[in-house]
Design a binder for this molecule. Structure first.
Ligand code: SF4
Length: 653
């Protein structure tokens, strides 16, 4: 097969020919190979033709089982070959990008049944790779030193060799270390505070080797939303510094689970400050021959940064259901920020002198100057935070101060939507009660195409939705009792979705005391690498998966997932990000809380029925639905047609 998978007639519009070819695939070629004809899939294919022909953005809402992935992959591949640039497929998270390329996955299906060779490569986020610098620290650190020494000993030989690289390959991928829990992995993976630009190991580092590999893809580059937004946000600065952008030039982007794009954009567009990072960076200057006045300034700056973060810690308040901490600004904190900014300005002036004397390594100097500039900018925004949202997060390496633009719309408009290219937002849940306004507004999109197609599955027959009515208002113990009964009824085979980690941990602490569940295996998100946790759940049919982040994307067909328990309604937390949205709205409950919750709930419920043969129970632990007619109405309207809510669990006691 040549460049195009069909006989291309240059006298006819290309996208029309693509659309005809795709229609042949769904009407003839795939049915001959045993696939069913799905009207919903064919409808979607015709809708995408216009978006590609006119280079427009389209919201493609297609229910479970429509086969939407095959449709957008076929368009993306054909368009990539036409434009001679790869297409980007951006998935919601790292675990989903693996699902696209696994044997039996959609790319494999296209390759086999259409006899095509498809060049599809993964662009994983750098934090999915081991960092040789951090691994060095970990193996000489305090905890699990043996573990990290074993990992070091198993690295490819070329990592330790000084010879020119003859053969090399990407290594150090998170999925190669399934035995590490998240905390152990975070002691050895790349993080935002590693400085790859000046790292002398970069030419032998798995993370940088993987980057070189995916850049050469001819058809598809598959990455996460976060990674795509990181590419957008760093595009100009990387070019200025003579670095290649994270992703190569591309012709189209598909955002799978597109309703989650806004949060990825927010995450990428933040400034993050951390004492330990500042200290590590600034002391590098002391390795050179510097004047005493600069050395003294550096010592003062380190002390002052430490002091400012200590005061900041005292101003932080935890927020239930969120890892973000609220910062309550006061005069003492403002004073510490001023003092730090003053010392940073002194250092900047000192560096001008040092630069003229050529005593410091130019590259190091540039990196420190850029970091100081970023700190000054971020601290100035923090002091006058009306157009920015600020919070703090805690990790094993200390407190981080995070500063984010109040709205990401302008950035998306300038850097994503202004590029004249087809952009597809695909998801089973993009609209809220029939309208695309919530998602479009959050992205700042005014002009777009859109369509909705329902799932072809018979939900009325195969899905039972239970909302237990509680006697004590839905106490923790009532929920535990109901969960135990449901787990007994389906003999495990359940996914329990928690809106917060706190709720998951409370459940984890209690379930081991429940004798009725003693024979069930519980798999908890965070105890092991997520794709391995998912695989273990799928393979062990009677196991139970308890998770916080698997409301979307999880695809487990068959009896392993016959019961979805929604521990409580997934309303957004009252953290600075959602509070800012509420403040910007005239009707925050209706325009922010309800649409967010309904989208997330629809996604969570969507985990149950993945094939025509699947069936099972959705249990929503939210007694407030019975007390609040309006809330009940909202939830009834998002149920698949023919499905009714029952308050009585059909659970055998
Ligand atoms: S290049 Fe980056 S990820 Fe690799 S070892 Fe160096 S700092 Fe770590």
């Amino acid at each position: 097969m040549g460049r195009y998978p069909f006989a291309y007639d240059r006298g006819q519009p290309y996208m029309k020919q693509v659309s005809d070819w795709i229609a042949d695939i769904f009407y003839d070629i795939l049915p001959e190979a045993g696939f069913e004809i799905r009207d919903e899939q064919i409808y979607m294919a015709f809708q995408l033709e216009r978006a590609y022909a006119d280079k427009m953005t389209i919201f493609a809402e297609a229910g479970v089982g429509t086969g939407k992935t095959l449709v957008y992959l076929l368009y993306a591949i054909c368009y990539a070959r036409y434009r001679n640039k790869p297409a980007i497929i951006a998935c919601a998270d790292e675990s989903l990008i693996e699902q696209l390329v696994k044997p039996g996955g959609d790319i494999d299906k296209i390759a086999r049944h259409l006899n095509m060779e498809i060049d599809a490569r993964l662009a994983k986020s750098p934090d999915q790779y081991a960092c040789l610098m951090k691994l060095d620290e970990a193996r000489f650190g305090h905890d699990d030193m043996e573990l990290y020494r074993d990992i070091y000993a198993e690295l490819p030989d070329f990592v330790h060799s000084r010879e020119a690289l003859q053969t090399f390959y990407a290594y150090g991928d998170r999925k190669n270390y399934p035995h590490l829990n998240d905390e152990q992995w975070q002691r050895m993976n790349w993080d935002a505070y590693q400085d790859c630009f000046v790292c002398d190991k970069r030419h032998r580092c798995g993370q940088t080797l993987s980057r070189e590999a995916y850049r050469r893809s001819a058809d598809l580059i598959i990455c996460s939303h976060d990674f795509y937004m990181e590419h957008v946000w760093t595009y100009d600065s990387r070019k200025r510094e003579g670095q290649l952008p994270l992703l190569p030039e591309h012709c189209t982007v598909v955002f799978d689970e597109g309703h989650l794009m806004e949060s990825a954009a927010q995450k990428a567009l933040t400034y993050k400050l951390k004492h330990i990072v500042f200290e590590e960076l600034i002391v590098r200057l002391l390795k050179g021959e510097v004047r005493e006045t600069l050395a003294v300034c550096i010592d003062r700056a380190i002390d002052q940064s430490e002091r400012m973060f200590a005061v900041l810690e005292g101003c932080c308040q935890p927020i239930p259901g969120s890892e973000r901490k609220q910062i309550v600004m006061n005069d003492a904190l403002l004073q510490e920020i001023h003092l730090l900014c003053d010392i940073l300005s002194e250092i900047e002036e000192e560096l001008v002198f040092e630069g003229e004397m050529f005593t410091l390594n130019d590259y190091q100097l540039k990196i420190v100057e850029e970091h100081l500039e970023m700190m000054q900018k971020a601290l100035a925004l923090f002091r006058n935070k009306h157009s920015f949202i600020c919070w703090a997060t805690e990790s094993i390496t200390g407190l981080s101060l995070v500063i984010m633009p109040r709205t990401v719309k302008e950035v998306l408009k300038e850097h994503v939507f202004s590029a004249k290219m087809p952009i597809v937002f695909s998801s089973a849940t993009l609209s809220v009660e029939g309208s695309f306004d919530y998602v479009a507004n959050s992205l700042g999109l005014e002009e777009y195409l859109s369509f909705s197609v329902e799932s072809p599955y018979d939900y009325a027959e195969r899905m039972e939705v239970i909302v237990p009515a509680w006697e004590q208002g839905g106490s923790f113990q009532e929920k535990m009792n109901a969960a135990v009964q449901l787990l007994q009824k389906t003999e495990g085979r359940a996914l329990i979705l928690f809106p917060t980690h706190q709720e998951l941990h409370a459940f984890k602490g209690q379930i081991s005391n429940e004798a009725a569940c003693a024979n069930l295996r519980f798999i908890y998100e965070g105890d092991q690498e997520i794709t391995h946790a998912i695989a273990a759940f799928q393979e062990d049919e009677h196991s139970v998966l308890a998770a916080v982040s698997l409301w979307e994307g999880l695809d487990i067909p068959g009896p392993s997932l016959s019961n979805v328990i929604v521990w409580s309604l997934p309303f957004p937390p009252h953290d600075p990000v959602f509070n800012a949205k509420r403040e910007a709205s005239n009707a925050p409950y209706e325009e922010v809380d309800i649409p967010y919750m309904l989208l997330r709930l629809r996604q969570g419920m969507g985990r149950l029925i993945r094939t025509r043969e699947d069936s099972g129970i959705i249990a929503i632990f939210a007694g407030e639905i019975h007390a609040n007619a309006e809330l009940r109405g909202h939830i009834e309207r998002i149920l698949p047609s023919g499905v009714e809510m029952k308050s009585e669990a059909r659970v055998d006691s």
